[in-house]
Ligand binder design. Structure first.
Ligand SMILES: [Fe+2]
Length: 246
């Protein structure tokens, strides 16, 4: 955790031109999940904004290495070895030191390690599918993983999620949690996805697509994808859960 003072400036309003409406029948679950009544705006209190906080010591040595953090000693997860890295940035392009970045994903075959998961693709005994990192003083985070596979989901008759990694970003207090998904450059499934299609702004979708970065790749080992997470402002990353009215 950095020693930076807690951020107590007001929350930023949701940009309705970039964020999907809550009710999007093409994404079937949204029909039941979307609010039926007008929303009420609540003021954030100081305790929600400033705490509780977490420390660096909560992270394990391999928390940012999904290739081995669930594997037996000497073994590793099956799949395309990749590194995902980037910066957590504020609206002025400054790195957000100390942000807790958490990530979870399906395995190379598109299967999650979850008791309610039913896809027929096999589990990888050496892959758990989750990890976390804390942004350094310049806002950089980094983790190793395998590239997740696409998977089908019960929506339309033949809907598939593009390969993606889920992200959660905590700021300095637990009320400052943002959630989004990262996609991979060049994946044709992105543009077919009913969830992606709920996003009305093409630039907002592009903000979720990590480009391949061969410069950061390690020869004979792994390729890198770069995903900057911009918390707010015109270039901000699209988040699923920007607080209503705040
Ligand atoms: Fe997913």
């Amino acid at each position: 955790m950095s020693n930076a003072p807690p951020e107590t400036t007001p929350f930023f309003a949701r940009d309705r031109e970039r964020h999907p409406p809550a009710y999007t029948p093409g994404y079937k679950t949204s029909v039941l999940r979307s609010p039926q009544r007008a929303l009420i705006s609540l003021e954030g209190t100081r305790s929600e904004i400033t705490g509780p906080v977490f420390g660096h010591n909560i992270l394990g040595e391999f928390d940012n290495d999904l290739i081995v953090n669930y594997a037996k000693p000497g073994e590793s997860a099956i799949g395309e070895r990749i590194m995902v890295y980037g910066r957590v940035l504020d609206e002025r392009g400054r790195g957000v030191a100390g942000a807790l970045v958490e990530f979870w994903q399906a395995n190379a075959g598109g299967r999650y390690r979850h008791k309610k998961e039913s896809y027929l693709a096999p589990l990888d005994p050496n892959f758990g599918g989750f990890g976390r990192a804390i942004a350094d003083v310049e806002g950089y985070y980094c983790f190793r993983t395998i590239k997740p596979g696409p998977y089908p989901w019960p929506n339309g008759v033949n809907d598939w999620r593009p390969a993606h990694i889920h992200f959660s970003v905590f700021g300095h207090g637990f009320a400052q949690r943002l959630i989004t998904q990262m996609y991979f450059e060049g994946d044709p499934m992105i543009w077919l996805c009913p969830i992606v299609k709920t996003i009305p702004d093409r630039h907002a979708i592009e903000s979720l697509i990590a480009p391949l970065d061969m410069n950061a790749s390690i020869p004979h080992d792994l390729r890198a994808y770069k995903f900057d997470i911009i918390l707010r402002g015109r270039r901000s990353t699209l988040f699923e859960n920007r607080l209503e009215g705040n």
